[in-house]
Design a protein around this ligand. Structure first.
Ligand SMILES: C[S@@+](CC[C@H](N)C(=O)[O-])C[C@H]1O[C@@H](n2cnc3c(N)ncnc32)[C@H](O)[C@@H]1O
Length: 339
């Protein structure tokens, strides 16, 4: 069994590990979370507020369990993942569901155009991505202005006692139980535990969301903070990527003071600035090439306009990305505003 290094989370190791656990992945989740994973999915689905006609990116979708919950509300779901094993299992389970399309994609380099989706979500996947901040930036890029990004991820229990018990469970019980269900999975679950221990707490992840350009960022703890549900919105005034500047026209030969000098003596021509970092619209990267079943999602219809009504951040301070956003307060004591 492949056990990725948690400091590098090398893509090939992580995808190979998920390939190997894919056949029993969902069963393991149910058992190891004592059924809580189902409740967490319900909360996540509510936070995304899927509706008929919406176009949603479910990133690191794995076998598509979260995608199916979104599609059940009539949304078109692009279930993207970079583990062929998980995708194959997902396609098998969801065969016949026309609302879900399984697509090979690397979260750090999405093969989708800007503003392609009404919403994007990632459940228990961000922690496994080698460059999670880059994945957040990519999610914000492909979601339309005003759309939401929702992240469900293991987090830090708020109480020390719960944290202590939870850590013991993850270190000692989880790999053993996983090993009973799937002999090869014990190593994978050791990695998963390490990755949970190294993952930032709620406030830090909220900061990452804001750094990715999301506004009205808030989170809510589930099961005492074992899982945290973060969400943010893409600003309605999305910053437009600077158009690539045309290279300066070459100076006329007659005006070149170094004309005629041997090359070595020439002053370097005005140092070429690297072109403004171009946003990867429909990248032709390995990700895109490898997308066998992957079609680019058609431009999404604006179905999600009112989705934001479903959640309101609490006690939020000023967001960086959109200073105008003024969140309302909420009575949910678990909900923390973090703008
Ligand atoms: C713990 S599973 C979660 C699957 C699913 N979201 C769920 O809730 O059951 C994590 C998934 O993240 C995927 N993953 C990790 N890094 C990824 C990346 N860089 N790009 C795409 N998928 C990635 C893995 O292949 C795996 O399927």
């Amino acid at each position: 069994m492949t056990r990725p290094d948690t400091t590098t989370k090398h893509a090939t190791d992580v995808s190979a590990m998920f390939d190997e656990v894919s056949p029993k992945y969902d069963l393991l989740n149910d058992v190891l979370s004592a059924g809580n994973s189902r409740l967490w999915r319900i909360a996540t689905t509510r936070a995304i507020a899927p509706r008929k006609g919406m176009r949603i990116l479910d990133l690191a979708a794995g076998t598509g369990t979260s995608s199916a919950a979104l599609a059940a509300h009539g949304a078109h779901v692009t279930a993207a993942d970079f583990s062929e094993g998980m995708l194959a299992e997902g396609r098998r389970r969801n065969a016949g569901n026309d609302l879900i399309e399984f697509v090979w994609a690397d979260a750090t380099q999405l093969p989708f155009e800007d503003n392609s989706f009404d919403a994007a979500t990632i459940s228990y996947g961000l922690r496994n991505v080698s460059e999670p901040k880059q994945a957040l930036t990519e999610m914000a890029r492909v979601v339309k202005p005003g759309g939401r990004v929702v992240i469900a991820e293991f987090s830090r229990p708020s109480s020390e006692a719960v944290n202590w018990a939870y850590t013991k469970y993850n270190r000692h019980v989880l790999p053993r139980v996983a090993g009973i269900i799937n002999r090869d999975a014990a190593e994978a679950y050791k990695y998963l535990n390490e990755s949970i221990e190294e993952w930032p707490a709620q406030e830090e992840l909220a900061r990452w969301l804001r750094e990715a350009g999301l506004e009205r960022v808030a989170y809510r703890n589930l099961t005492l903070g074992i899982v945290a549900l973060h969400r943010g919105f893409v600003p309605r005034e999305k910053p437009v990527a600077e158009p690539e500047k045309a290279p300066p026209a070459p100076a006329p030969a007659a005006k070149d003071p170094d004309a005629g000098k041997p090359a070595a003596e020439k002053k370097p021509a005005a140092e070429k600035k690297p072109a403004a970092k171009k946003k990867p619209a429909a990248k032709k990267t390995t990700a895109a090439k490898k997308t066998t079943a992957a079609k680019k999602p058609a431009a999404a219809k604006p179905a999600a306009e009112t989705a934001e009504k479903a959640e309101k951040p609490a006690a939020a301070s000023k967001p960086k990305a959109a200073p105008k956003a003024k969140p309302a307060s909420t009575s949910d004591s678990n909900k923390r505003g973090s703008e």
